[in-house]
Design a protein around this ligand. Structure first.
Ligand SMILES: NC(=O)c1ccc[n+]([C@@H]2O[C@H](COP(=O)([O-])OP(=O)(O)OC[C@H]3O[C@@H](n4cnc5c(N)ncnc54)[C@H](OP(=O)(O)O)[C@@H]3O)[C@@H](O)[C@H]2O)c1
Length: 281
């Protein structure tokens, strides 16, 4: 990475995204913190600027639960920057009950997958112009129990919190593999990863500060956000993975994802449905 590189990190206000942005700021690249909450975004911007001693960090507002916000972000980004070296699709939610996005889709699928799908496809022309460039998507080992039923996209028939989360994380791996197939030869690569079990604000309610007691206890045995950021930073910067695309990584190593995540027909169908839903390219 050098001073002409520009990197977007979604969900950079907290946890793994914030630690990833902080590590990348130290490389001298220009970092754009794509954050939902202006106040948490401002706090992260101040902290990252101070700790990295890098002035080349900027905050832009992005709500992945709104297609309009995603499109506005991509438009605004393209007006400000003529280059995008790396897009890190990191933001994620796990909700305690079934909730819906502004556009009426089950919230975890909407934020974790659909928002990032639209963001990536909107920014793809700029990524391609900037090649070599990379797309890094933070999935989870939870993808292994995920299933996608296109006839029940909002989980009207059966909703469980973890089932909905696992489905969105399976979508992250399938999306990455199909994206890699579609952009093969363009100089842009796409990879996904599991960051490990990381003690962050995940599953903590932003309004009330409430979190499950189990998660709070389990978090005592989890890695730090800095450790969780190691694989995304590796995939964003390492020359070792310069030509590698469509793969799934854990602890900076290529790993085989679940059998369902390797289903090419499912990956293609997910892309087509996501395109239809978002009205994307
Ligand atoms: N922690 C783990 O053990 C673990 C394990 C496997 C995978 N992951 C994945 O790692 C990623 C980062 O999670 P984390 O653990 O760092 O959790 P976190 O501390 O809760 O951070 C999540 C980030 O996503 C942002 N976000 C949530 N909804 C958003 C929306 N609608 N639009 C834009 N940004 C939104 C949050 O912004 P606000 O500050 O505005 O809420 C926050 O910056 C997620 O994709 C998660 O699935 C985490």
């Amino acid at each position: 990475m050098n001073s002409s590189d520009v990197i977007i990190v979604t969900g950079a206000s907290s946890g793994i995204g914030k630690a990833t942005a902080e590590a990348l700021a130290k490389t001298g690249a220009r970092i754009v913190l794509a954050c939902r909450s202006p106040s948490r975004g401002e706090a992260a911007l101040a902290e990252i600027t101070r700790s990295s001693r890098c002035e080349r960090v900027e905050l832009m507002q992005l709500d992945l639960a709104s297609f309009a916000s995603v499109r506005a972000f991509a438009r605004c980004f393209a007006e400000r920057y003529d280059r995008l070296s790396c897009l890190i699709n990191n933001a994620g939610v796990i909700t305690r009950e079934r909730q819906f996005s502004e556009d009426g889709y089950e919230l975890q699928f909407a934020v974790n997958h659909l928002g990032h799908f639209l963001l990536t496809t909107e920014l793809l022309p700029l990524l391609t112009e900037s090649a070599p460039a990379r797309v890094v998507t933070v999935s989870s080992g939870a993808h292994k129990i995920g299933r996608i039923d296109f006839d029940d996209i909002n989980l009207d028939r059966r909703y469980t919190v973890f089932g909905a989360y696992a489905r969105s994380k399976l979508a992250n791996v399938l999306f990455t593999r199909e994206l890699a197939r579609r952009i093969r030869g363009s100089g842009v690569t796409a990879n996904s990863l599991h960051p490990g079990g990381v003690a962050t604000n995940f599953s903590i309610d932003r309004e009330t500060g409430a979190g499950s007691r189990i998660m709070r206890t389990v978090s005592l045995f989890m890695s730090s956000p800095e450790k969780g950021a190691e694989t995304p930073v590796y995939l964003a910067t390492s020359p070792d993975v310069a030509g590698i695309s469509g793969e799934y990584f854990v602890k900076k190593r290529r790993r085989k994802p679940s059998q369902r995540a390797l289903d090419d027909t499912l990956a293609r169908r997910l892309w087509e449905e996501s395109e239809r839903i978002t009205g994307g390219r």
